[in-house]
Design a protein around this ligand. Sequence first.
Ligand SMILES: NC(=O)c1ccc[n+]([C@@H]2O[C@H](COP(=O)([O-])OP(=O)(O)OC[C@H]3O[C@@H](n4cnc5c(N)ncnc54)[C@H](OP(=O)(O)O)[C@@H]3O)[C@@H](O)[C@H]2O)c1
Length: 344
Amino acid sequence: MGFVKNGRIIYSEIPTGYPVPGKTLVYDESQTIDLDNEPLHGGILVKVLVLSIDPYLRRRMQEPSPLDFFPPFKVGEPLDNSGVGVVVRSENPSFKPGDHVLGRFLFQQYLVLPDPKLRKLDNREGLSLSAYLGVCGVPAQTAHHAWREYAQPKIKKGDVLFVTAASGAVGAIVAQLAKADGLKVIASAGSDEKVEYVRSLGVDVAFNYKKVSTREVLQKEGPINFYWDNVGGESLEAALEFAAQKATFIICGMISNYNTKEPYNVKNLQQLVWREITFNGFLVGSLMPKYDDEFFATMPARVAKGEIKYKEHFVKGLENAGQALLDVLSGENFGKSVVVVSEE
Ligand SMILES: NC(=O)c1ccc[n+]([C@@H]2O[C@H](COP(=O)([O-])OP(=O)(O)OC[C@H]3O[C@@H](n4cnc5c(N)ncnc54)[C@H](OP(=O)(O)O)[C@@H]3O)[C@@H](O)[C@H]2O)c1
């Protein structure tokens, strides 16, 4: 093995709008690593195979706030996020070379982890490793856990859900969970191709929000009992306008605001009162202790059986991670965005 370059993605500056590949996020190859002799300090050496690109990474590119759950990235240091790797060497009896591990990794080709807090993947279902970043990973945990927590206890016959960014990693799972629970599902996405895909998941109404007015669709197909918000802004405003009495809003994300200085001003929040709407903002990490065991015991099998479908958007090479993030934040991804760092 010997010395190899150890490329990484450095967070270089706080962006003012969209992150700029090569400026906000810079690929750096100045470091090397000796794969045979790098000290492990009782831990493991991991070769990173795939890394997840998620919208919330943008949220971590800001000045620190004492109120924030997620610490911001530190300028001059590598990004980190969920990934899957393979153990190259180990001094830890719980891991052996060849084991596949899922966890939070720096955006770096090789990592020494003295105290690895990683889930070993037995992958009995034989899924692709990237599936553990999407349909069996955090986006699907997000969909599953919040659906279980906020929607399932309230579902009544004939209920209607509206979900935005429905071709994406979270939205596509939400749409399928809702269909499995018998809801009528209205789903929006940002291109005709994405709409076709969402339709193939079995939703009742799918539309391209860039061509068709969300208000008009909800007026015709609503009122909605559940709204799963991935984007905020005008979609949230339309959902409030066409919400049923005592509707449940699951506020998962507001991607339309992540890169703007002036967030969209939602004008009809008074509907929260008149329609007695329950707003549930959440972070998936808070629901993991309650639902993770159930999720990992059931979701990989459902995916392997084809009960839950998914689509992945692969970006080859760690050096392209900055562009991959920009693509997710501007809707250029089509499916769960995954950076392929290395082949095994
Ligand atoms: N609360 C939590 O714990 C948690 C956990 C994970 C994710 N999330 C949130 O869930 C949402 C979806 O995440 P994901 O991983 O599934 O991403 P994703 O849907 O795979 O990708 C993001 C999608 O958002 C849409 N989008 C981008 N810019 C937009 C804009 N200005 N207005 C409207 N739509 C825009 C694009 O789809 P279109 O082309 O269809 O517009 C884009 O493909 C995000 O808001 C994310 O922050 C929350």
